[in-house]
Design a protein around this ligand. Structure first.
Ligand code: GH3
Ligand code: MG
Ligand code: MG
Ligand code: MG
Length: 312
């Protein structure tokens, strides 16, 4: 009899489930018609560890947005040809940049004019001259908010795994890459067995703990490069990169075995849970949809054959 695993061990570091803050340096595009001002602000941000690109003409800003793909824009308000306000309005009309934080940097101190400039949809207005600390913290604050917003949009808040739409997007990208490289991937669809009964018998909170525990097991035991998503309520989808369906089935079966030994507790009662899984593989199944259908059929078979098993 194998030693049971306490769910607490799996849940202790639940924080690790959520994707850590980007360790990539922030990318800032500085738009200012005065080269000296642009260079000065760029230097401050670079010294704070950011990657900065400067443009001195608003027309160059649009091209730089696509080439450089910044996390944030710092725009001077008074520029010839096209004001910062006009530039911000144009950028805001492009759906690709709808969430991009824009900070105005200007010597304008008239609050009425500041307010009017802000209506173009910018995040903040900083008046020149700005101290290095002021500039760096203004940029970091907006970038952190953007990061938070992005994670809210892409992650499932209960488990920290990718949500349904992000999972589908990421698998699609991985397959496009796999086509070019000629690599193989496997997909696993997991579904907790008799989960309705778990909720009915032990309560919804206990059910949540089961979901969180399985998410953590997947996250800690699969590779960082694998794509792990919470596809629906008690359903998970995993893209296991670079391996065959047979190898994926072995791996998921090891997890299945570990999971069935986890002791859950609710209302003084102890209970255990199992999951079933279906496996499919690329390029055998050449698209996300084909992979999903095939894995789903295998999962259905696993359920039909008595659950708590992995089927290819
Ligand atoms: P099967 O073995 O065939 O998969 O049976 P099942 O009872 O697991 O299947 P079914 O899909 O009918 O039930 C899923 C249940 O999961 C229904 C729903 O109330 C519950 N559920 C979905 N999301 C959550 C959640 O976030 N927390 C909890 N506690 N329950 C959830
Ligand atoms: Mg100017
Ligand atoms: Mg289900
Ligand atoms: Mg189920």
């Amino acid at each position: 009899f194998t030693k049971p695993i306490k769910p607490l061990d799996l849940m202790l570091a639940i924080d690790e489930l959520t994707t850590p803050l980007d360790e990539e340096p922030l990318r800032v595009l500085v738009v200012d018609d005065e080269p000296e001002a642009a260079a000065y602000h760029s230097l401050i941000l670079e010294e704070a560890g950011m990657i900065v690109q400067q443009v001195n003409h608003p027309a160059d800003a649009l091209a730089a947005l696509d080439r450089f793909s910044p996390d944030l824009l710092l725009i001077d308000v008074y520029m010839p040809v096209c004001s910062g306000e006009e530039l911000a309005t144009i950028i805001r009309q492009q759906s690709a940049h709808i969430g991009l934080p824009i900070i105005y940097l200007s010597s304008e101190t008239d609050s009425q004019k500041q307010l009017s400039a802000m209506t173009a949809g910018v995040e903040a207005f900083i008046t020149k001259p700005v101290t290095p600390d002021e500039l760096v913290s203004a940029v970091q604050l907006r970038a952190e908010r953007l990061h938070l917003l992005r994670s809210l949009m892409t992650q499932d808040s209960m488990t920290g795994l990718y949500n349904h739409s992000t999972t589908t997007d990421m698998i699609g990208k991985a397959l496009a890459h796999a086509y070019r490289e000629g690599s193989q991937h496997a997909m696993a669809m997991l579904d907790i067995d008799h989960f309705k009964t778990v909720n009915d018998t032990h309560g919804h909170l206990a059910g949540d703990q089961v979901i969180i525990t399985l998410a953590r097991l997947l996250k800690t035991r699969l590779r960082v490069s694998d794509i792990i998503g919470r596809y629906g309520g008690e359903e998970f989808v995993v893209l296991l990169k670079g391996i065959t369906a047979e190898r994926a089935a072995e791996l998921i079966d090891e997890l299945r075995h570990d999971f069935e030994l986890v002791d859950f507790h609710a209302g003084g009662e102890r209970f255990r849970c199992t999951f079933s899984a279906g496996i499919s593989s690329f390029p055998n199944q050449p698209s996300t949809e084909a992979l999903r259908l095939s894995a789903d059929q295998a999962l259905y078979l696993a359920k039909r054959q008595g659950r708590n098993q992995v089927v290819i």
